[in-house]
Design a binder for this molecule. Structure first.
Ligand SMILES: [Zn+2]
Length: 74
């Protein structure tokens, strides 16, 4: 067992066990949380784009319905 403390190579700030890849702050679990946050932002962006597209489609349908009703009246 090697219990020597070395500086974390990722942040070069915190100390960690020499056997570890990085300190607790740079833990892959913490990085995974950041990645999932980015994925969530991407999902929200896609959802916003989808809503935009849906709204545009609906307004086109309303426009066509309006034209159709006017044409019928003549
Ligand atoms: Zn670190």
């Amino acid at each position: 067992m090697n219990n020597n403390y070395v500086k974390c190579p990722v942040c070069d700030l915190n100390y960690m066990h020499s056997g570890e890849r990085c300190c607790e702050v740079c833990d892959p679990k913490a990085q995974g949380r950041l990645i999932s946050t980015a994925a969530q932002a991407d999902d929200e962006y896609r959802y916003t784009k989808l809503q935009e597209y849906d709204a545009r489609k609906r307004s086109m349908e309303a426009y066509r319905a309006y034209r159709w009703n006017r044409a019928q009246r003549r």
